[in-house]
Ligand binder design. Sequence first.
Ligand code: FBP
Length: 551
Amino acid sequence: MDNSPLQKARYAYTPKVPKILSRDVRKIGAKLGGETAAPSDQAELKDLFPKTYGMPSLEFVPGENPAAGERRAVGVILSGGPAAGGHNVIAGLFDGLKAGNRDSRLIGFLGGPSGILDDQSIEITAEIVERHRNTGGFDMIGSGRTKLGTEEQFKKAAAVCRKHGIGALVIIGGDDSNTNAAILAEYFRQTGEPVTVVGVPKTIDGDLKNEQIATSFGFDTATKTYAELIGNVERDANSSKKYWHFIKLMGRSASHIALECALLTRPNVAIISEEVERDQATLNQIAGDIAEVVAARAERGENFGVALIPEGLVEFIPEIKRLIAELNTLLAAHSAAFAGLAGPEEQRAWVAKSLTTESAKAFASLPATIQRQLLMDRDPHGNVQVSRIETEKLLSEMAEAKLAELEKAGRYNGKFSTLHHFFGYEGRCAFPSNFDADYCYALGCTAFLLIASGRSGYMSAIAHLDRPAGEWVPGGVPITMMMNLERRHGEMKPVIRKALVDLAGKPFAAFAASRKEWAVSTSYLFPGAIQYFGPAEVCDQPTMTLKLEHS
Ligand code: FBP
């Protein structure tokens, strides 16, 4: 395969790393903090994780660690949706491992967690790593969404590790995958399996974060990519002055992506799902609010605009959330009967008569295309595949109906020509921004240091990400510290708490303070494409969200 000029230039890029990571790996020690505790459900979690609950958090400091020089084999798994920087995590891990001992081996399991269950793997060589440094995508070893959660699967994983002599496993994934990493670490400890399990925080959605993990990797590149596209669309809208663009943005659940993109581009409308839920807003109200903005702009002669819609929105609108919950239970309980129905018409009719009156009403109020999309297959974690629901079209159609009402009432006299976009997959595999390239490389090196210190059940963590990379502090956080109990499929389960947009936080406050002005006036901001080479104030800036949260 040919390489583009940028790809060649990126191969030559050396990630900036925290100062401590420039040392010989055998000269890096772990400074332990105090015992840790989960934010809630401590007693239950202690019972569920007797071997790994309460472990101390740690940071890496100058010290002695001869074990870092041992020869070892480490396995690595990429899990879930791609996020820019995954290859650099592997590169950092590889470099750390080889710096410790040239004869150590890195085994990449193919196609995600199923790779370890089916014993599908490759040895990741220096040549493979060189071809992937600072590039986007997960194509080095592939990824998948198989859930690694049952005892039978753990036994298989243990057997495969034994077969390859693997003494440590690095799982690069989101909240669900890291939850499973913690459960696997506990299982290995309890059964005496000599395999250290380390997690790495990945997801473009930005919802795997807490006091210890400032952000997941991939969020920076994805939001910068979408913001570039949104800025371009805004400029086009302001040039041709004839379209309203409805842009759905990825983010399965939380609206961090929509919020960050709004801060970077100042659109006329940006919906934040968490606010919709707090205000218990209905679909009708949301469409009504959009129509009001369209009408206000039309009064100024501006029959164009840009609206950002988070893809997870439908699950935050109370009536639709209830409907989805009922559909999930219904489809899980009667999957065979449902599969036996002939075509979408019969499926819709069957569902409509099986729902409660309230949900049947909500279901009936939706266009047929959306009804069909709500009935599509769930992902392996039982979630509705929100990226396949065309919320942007639903809202623009509903806003159009509201505008017709406003027109009748003499309150609107404009044009409403709509175009729809979905920015999602475009942002997951871009060349990682310098921030993600640096952050991921540091996460990979740190994962190795955790392995070399025998720290199982930890997540690789880099502190002070709002500062220049040289001042970052690598360390580890026990995953059980991020967990709580949540109801999943009718049972209370230990899971990492998903971070939704904090409506009392600074990023949302910054948005809320300006959105009224952005709604009516044309205040667009054009961030432009990600810059990889040039001054630090252009190339090395973390997200606004991160900066505001740490300001
Ligand atoms: P992860 O949580 O695995 O990082 O994936 C996030 C995501 O990109 C969501 O934003 C999106 O809803 C989903 O993956 C799409 O999944 P798929 O790649 O299976 O279509």
